[in-house]
Design a protein around this ligand. Structure first.
Ligand code: SAH
Length: 241
């Protein structure tokens, strides 16, 4: 079934509508027809089943068949702090980690990040938000993960330590501590993923001073995007398990 995140105002007790991009998507891209059933998500964690009555590129209308809670939406929060990287790689991480269940993304500018300033963010933000929303629709999430503005590394460390029960630095230099052991029943977690050049020793020390635990993702060195998805899967499994 096709899912759409829509504004709450588009759904009443008995009827619902799609406007703008969502209507265009339904009518022109997916070529949905009257009689087909779609699911609308208003971002509150509720899903509304709607049978389409009228389908036009500017406006679709339908009747509400029923409502339910989205069970696929994680109850526990994972925040990913991803060092800025080449655009395709970064977008891939946003998409895949949304599918896995991340609640929010914070781009980070570390010493070896490929991208060294936050400028150009205004151009990237809408595109990245759309990638996240489409991944959330595709994977049946009840909420669209939050995309936060880029932060310099030191500010990001303090931010993560203050907002999550457990803040972790995936560090290729960590030999012993695994991710599961570090989480130990925490109900929310932040994970930092470094750029292709990795985190420097100084950055690892800075993270420890800010209260983060360095964790290993195994004996192999993973590419950044592999590390992001692997860490997200391990954390979600531990948080939800
Ligand atoms: N250039 C570095 C590797 C960087 S990998 C080197 O050759 O040593 C990119 C990022 O993925 C790392 O900064 C880290 O956050 C994560 N990562 C990759 N493999 C990891 C592992 N085995 N344990 C923990 N983190 C890992």
């Amino acid at each position: 079934m096709h899912r759409f995140f829509v504004s709450q105002q588009w759904i009443s007790l008995t009827e619902a509508r799609l406007e703008g991009d969502a209507a265009h998507q339904a009518a022109r891209v997916l070529r949905l027809r009257p009689g087909e059933v779609i699911q609308l998500l208003d971002g509150s964690g509720e899903a509304v089943d709607v049978r389409l009555e009228e389908v036009m590129p500017g406006l679709c209308r339908g009747v509400v068949l029923g409502r339910g809670k989205v069970t696929a939406e994680p109850q526990k929060r994972l925040g990913l702090y991803l060092c800025l990287a080449q655009r395709e790689k970064f977008e891939w991480m946003l998409q895949k980690c949304t599918e896995v269940g991340a609640a929010e993304f914070t781009p980070v500018i570390s010493s070896r990040s490929l991208v060294q300033e936050g400028s150009g963010w205004e151009k990237k933000q809408p595109r990245w938000q759309r990638i996240i929303q489409e991944a959330a629709e595709q994977s049946g999430r009840g909420r669209v993960p939050l995309l936060r503005p880029p932060m310099p590394y030191p500010a990001a460390l303090a931010d993560a330590a203050g907002r999550f029960a457990c803040a972790l630095l995936a560090w290729e230099g960590e030999q012993t501590r695994g991710l599961r052991a570090a989480l130990k029943g925490a109900d929310s977690a932040a994970v930092f993923i470094g750029p292709e050049g990795g985190f420097s020793e100084a950055e690892a020390a800075q993270a420890a001073a800010a209260g983060l635990q360095a964790v290993s993702l195994g004996r192999r060195i993973l590419r950044m995007e592999t590390a992001a998805v692997a860490a997200a899967v391990l954390v979600m499994d531990e948080l939800e398990g």
